[in-house]
Design a protein around this ligand. Structure first.
Ligand SMILES: N[C@@H](CCC(=O)N[C@@H](CS)C(=O)NCC(=O)O)C(=O)O
Length: 256
C-alpha cells in the first residue's frame, strides 16, 4: 500500500482514509473494504499504531485509525460514521438494510463486534493484559492501555466477554442457515458481514498466503491469542463465514 503522509494528504481533494501502516487493523480493513465494495476511490494516509501521530492530529484532531476525510467535510473516525458517509456518497450496493428491524439488528450486532467494549475492544484489552503479565510493556502498549481503558480487572474480565459475543454471532449465523441464508442479516450482504470478515482476524488471522506481505510474527501470535475460553467459542461457522465473504466480496491478498 502506497501511503501518503498526512501533511500532503490534507491538501488533496476527495476521500482521504488514514490507516494503520503495516498492521491489518480490523477497523481500518473494514473501512477499506466498504469503500472498495462501493467503488469509492480513496487516498491511503499513513497512521503509525500506538504513536502520537502529531501531523494527523494537527489536521484531523484524531490520533488513531481509521479516519475518513471527504473533501472539506469534518473528519469521521467512528465505524458508524464512516459507514454512513460511504452509504451517502455511493448508495449502491447498499450495505445498511432498508428494513428498520433488520437495520436495528445489524447495528446491534455490529456494535458487539466494533463498538466500545465489544469483541475487538475486549481482544485488545487481552493483548495489553498479556503484555503487562509478560513484563513487555513499551511506549506503544502504554498508549493503547491509556487510550482504550485498560485495567487489570478489565483484562481479567475480557475473555468471558469476548466468548459471549462470539457465541452470539455464531448463534445468529446458525439461525440464518436454518432459514436458508448465508448472510448475517436477511438474504444479502450487509456491512455486518464485512465487519465480521475483517474482525475475525482478532482470533483467526488470515494465512500469510492471503496477505501481500507476511503478518509480523509477534502480531500473528497476538491476534491468534492463546485463551481457552475464547478459543472454545470460535465456532467453525464463524471462520467459514469469514472465508466465504472474503472469497466472494472482499479484496485478497490483504495489503496493509
Ligand atoms: N475509531 C474507531 C476505533 C478505532 C480503533 O480502535 N483503532 C485502533 C485499532 S485499528 C488503532 O488505531 N490502534 C492503534 C492506535 O491506537 O494507534 C471506532 O470506534 O469506530
Amino acid at each position: 500500500m502506497d501511503y501518503v503522509e498526512p501533511k500532503v494528504a490534507r491538501n488533496m481533494p476527495g476521500m482521504r482514509l488514514a490507516l494503520t501502516m503495516g498492521v491489518p487493523g480490523p477497523w481500518s480493513e473494514a473501512a477499506k473494504e466498504i469503500f472498495r465494495i462501493k467503488g469509492i476511490d480513496f487516498v491511503p494516509v499513513g497512521q503509525v499504531g500506538g504513536n502520537q501521530n502529531k501531523d494527523l492530529v494537527e489536521w484531523t484532531g484524531i490520533r488513531n485509525a481509521p479516519i475518513a476525510v471527504y473533501n472539506d467535510e469534518p473528519p469521521r473516525e467512528k465505524w458508524t460514521d464512516i459507514l454512513a458517509l460511504a452509504e451517502r456518497i455511493q448508495p449502491e450496493p447498499r450495505l445498511i438494510p432498508d428494513d428498520p428491524a433488520e437495520r436495528a439488528l445489524m447495528y446491534g450486532l455490529a456494535h458487539e463486534i466494533c463498538g466500545e467494549n465489544g469483541f475487538a475492544w475486549q481482544r485488545r484489552l487481552m493483548m495489553v493484559h498479556d503484555a503487562v503479565k509478560a513484563g513487555m510493556m513499551n511506549d506503544s502498549f502504554d498508549v493503547l492501555a491509556t487510550d482504550y481503558g485498560y485495567s487489570e480487572a478489565a483484562g481479567d474480565a475480557a475473555p468471558k466477554k469476548t466468548a459471549a459475543i462470539l457465541r452470539l454471532l455464531a448463534t445468529q449465523l446458525h439461525e440464518q442457515k436454518t432459514k436458508g441464508s448465508d448472510f448475517f442479516i436477511g438474504t444479502s450482504l450487509t456491512a455486518l458481514d464485512v465487519y465480521w470478515a475483517c474482525f475475525c482476524a482478532l482470533v483467526r488471522p488470515l494465512g500469510d498466503d492471503k496477505c501481500v506481505q507476511p503478518m509480523p510474527d509477534y502480531l500473528r501470535r497476538m491476534y491468534e491469542g492463546h485463551d481457552d475460553t475464547v478459543n472454545s467459542a470460535v465456532d467453525p461457522i464463524l471462520v467459514a463465514h469469514r472465508d466465504r465473504i472474503y472469497a466472494e466480496y472482499l479484496t485478497l491478498p490483504l495489503d496493509f
